[in-house]
Design a protein around this ligand. Sequence first.
Ligand SMILES: Cc1cc2nc3c(=O)[nH]c(=O)nc-3n(C[C@H](O)[C@H](O)[C@H](O)COP(=O)(O)OP(=O)(O)OC[C@H]3O[C@@H](n4cnc5c(N)ncnc54)[C@H](O)[C@@H]3O)c2cc1C
Length: 407
Amino acid sequence: MTQHVVIAGGGIGGLACALSLARAGVSVDLLEQAGTLGEVGAGLQLGPNAVRVLDEWGLMDGLQACAAFPDALRVRDAHGGGQLGRLRLGAFARARYGQPYATIHRADLHGLLLDAVQRQSGVRLHLGARLAAYELFSTSVRATCEDDSVFQGAALIGADGLWSRVRTQMLGAQPVRASGHLAYRGMVHTDHLPTHLHHNTVTAWLGPRLHVVRYPVKRGEWFNVVAVVHGALGQGHGGPPGSDPQSWSHAARAQDLQRALGPVCADLKSMLDAVTEWKLWALNDRAPVASASEHAHGRVALLGDAAHPLRPYLAQGAAMALEDAWTLGRLLQTSPPDAATDWPALLARYAQTRWQRNARVQSRSQRNGTIFHASGLLRLGRNVAMTLLGESLLDNPWLYSGPPEPV
Ligand SMILES: Cc1cc2nc3c(=O)[nH]c(=O)nc-3n(C[C@H](O)[C@H](O)[C@H](O)COP(=O)(O)OP(=O)(O)OC[C@H]3O[C@@H](n4cnc5c(N)ncnc54)[C@H](O)[C@@H]3O)c2cc1C
């Protein structure tokens, strides 16, 4: 390995990036601020585009051992309970996209990537290493952590999430955007649900100013439940006003959620009542990426939420981080890294390949939130469109057939 890169952030994006670079023959220092590695207890949906990336990295057996593979996505009315739309997944997704649609616990995906990184030579993981700043030189970048440790590489990848320091230094301070939405997350063991709710589906219940999604994880032994409502931390939700907006794990009360949701249909109520512990986090994002130069600049590039934080309404945040990482690896495979590797040019190609797709997913995610939470005429129009257009409204061929080859 003649080339060396520094990655800030050991979340799903940072681990995926380390794996992708090491597979392409680049050694990595991976800096994670936390003293121990882990992920919060919640689920993730992985469209066929994300599964394709994991499959190419040889992680399909590992995925099958811990994920679930739902048969369908069902959209229902949160109040009446009636079905508004349905998209076949399962065999249909495999036939259409060559890959299944998976749902997984975040810790399981994080563990799968960590295990692969640890089996791959060339990655040194540094825990408790919080990047403070970087300095650019003519042929390298030097990253300095808060404990004064220093790491040097031919490039720096900022995979340090929504509140990214790499991003702040690269693009200047830009405040994150509060969505005004709160996500309540919980897990329920399948045995604790009435049997008619055991079905192997992603189910989304939509209502004015709210939606609730549930899907199986851990081979179907558990369900992940997320309820999104309008509101602000500390104002009738979670802890006191001024709660840390960066935390993903505020304690939450079922009665606050019930009050925010109002009356809901019987199935949804049974589902929510079966959750014994709720966690809460505020959903924040940024305006969609507006140009390639927001994604990479010289020897520094952003990846995952650091580049393009997403509202979760297209279920693609982790998927886009995986795609970003895959793209970097793909670029290195086509021109194997050596002392002559032109990192600024390579990162510029990465940015050109990724920025418009990531911006489109950001915009679509935001739009979905408006449609999911619609009331009045917009709600009526949505329901009519779902009935008339059926599956074509819920399917996303442009997205699920990805990731696109580098430009
Ligand atoms: C409610 C909700 C539901 C979601 N559902 C889905 C879904 O169904 N499907 C999907 O694909 N995505 C989903 N997402 C999005 C997905 O979780 C994120 O997009 C994804 O986890 C981003 O990963 P990341 O590694 O880029 O960032 P993060 O997960 O934020 O990781 C950043 C890492 O960097 C570390 N770090 C931060 N600063 C520093 C520093 N200065 N130095 C060193 N380390 C640092 C952090 O400790 C962290 O480990 C959802 C998100 C939310 C909020």
